[in-house]
Design a protein around this ligand. Structure first.
Ligand SMILES: [Zn+2]
Length: 282
């Protein structure tokens, strides 16, 4: 008797659940078909996916030493320094690829941010509850297909080995060098402190300070509006975080040097930089 009752409830529950799941499935399909934000995200993904560069380089370097003496006299730092001095151009190119990935990904993120204005636009239903559901599912779909960050860091694993003739004893030194350590080593291999690579490194550090968090803070501070014309995403413009004094002219990535600009004001900015420079000079 009791078992019968339970199985009836279970049956009703299962029918209900499968109806809900089917309804959800079809609704999701509808969202995907009609969503502007989803379409736009696919388009942006297509553009950027091919631009991200895969960093191909030797990550693990193993060096065998013929004698214990030569093994003892060498260190992982020395080896790194030798590698960087010998293949300076190679590592410079590698770094510029990593920098390009980082810049592209920042650009990609701001495209994604601007795409948020399309959320909910494709929904033709008037009902508030359905619109809310539509919005949530759409947001979920769009954030799920967002591209992962491409490689922007370089790291090397160095392993130095000496094995005694009959393999009785083996000695190893092992160290992983991260991006900053390699950059430092590369810089050290240059005589002048003021060459273009050092400048490039400084610019890179400044650009890297522009995190998603900082971006949002500036957007919030400026009320999600262009500081010059006051328009927002709702007015159909794209918003950028702008360096008032550009990085290339020595500007820093600090809140006082950042502001929100729309794409139009950003394009016409060159005159305003001059104005700003004048202010700085006074
Ligand atoms: Zn503007």
């Amino acid at each position: 008797m009791i078992l019968d009752k339970i199985s009836i409830y279970l049956y009703i529950f299962l029918v209900f659940a499968s109806v809900m799941i089917t309804a959800y499935f079809f609704f999701k399909k509808y969202v995907k078909k009609s969503s502007l934000a989803y379409m736009n995200c696919l388009r942006i993904n297509d553009i950027f996916k091919s631009k991200f560069i895969k960093l191909e380089y030797l990550r693990n370097i193993i060096i065998d030493y013929p004698t214990k003496y030569s093994f003892d006299r060498d260190s992982t730092y020395n080896v790194l320094y030798r590698i960087l001095s010998e293949s300076r151009e190679y590592y410079k190119t590698l770094f510029s690829k990593a920098i390009s990935n980082e810049e592209l990904y920042n650009e990609y993120l701001s495209e994604c941010f601007n795409n948020y204005k399309n959320l909910g636009k494709g929904c033709k239903k008037k009902n508030k509850l359905i619109r809310n559901m539509y919005f949530r599912i759409e947001e979920n779909i769009v954030s799920n297909i967002q591209l992962k960050q491409p490689e922007t860091q370089i790291s090397l694993n160095l392993k130095l080995i000496y094995e005694s003739p009959k393999g009785r004893n083996s000695y190893t030194k092992y160290q992983t060098f991260n991006n900053d350590m390699i950059l430092f080593g590369l810089q050290r291999s240059y005589k002048s402190n003021h060459d273009s690579f050092t400048q490039e490194h400084r610019n890179r550090i400044e650009r890297r300070k522009m995190s998603v968090k900082l971006r949002l803070e500036i957007l919030e501070r400026d009320g999600f509006r262009c500081k010059l014309c006051g328009r927002s995403v709702k007015d159909g413009v794209k918003l950028h975080i702008d360096h008032i004094i550009p990085i290339s002219k020595g500007g820093e990535t600090i809140k006082s040097n950042l502001r929100v600009l729309c794409d139009e004001c950003n394009l016409g900015k060159s005159n305003r930089i001059l104005e700003n420079d004048e202010i700085v000079q006074n």
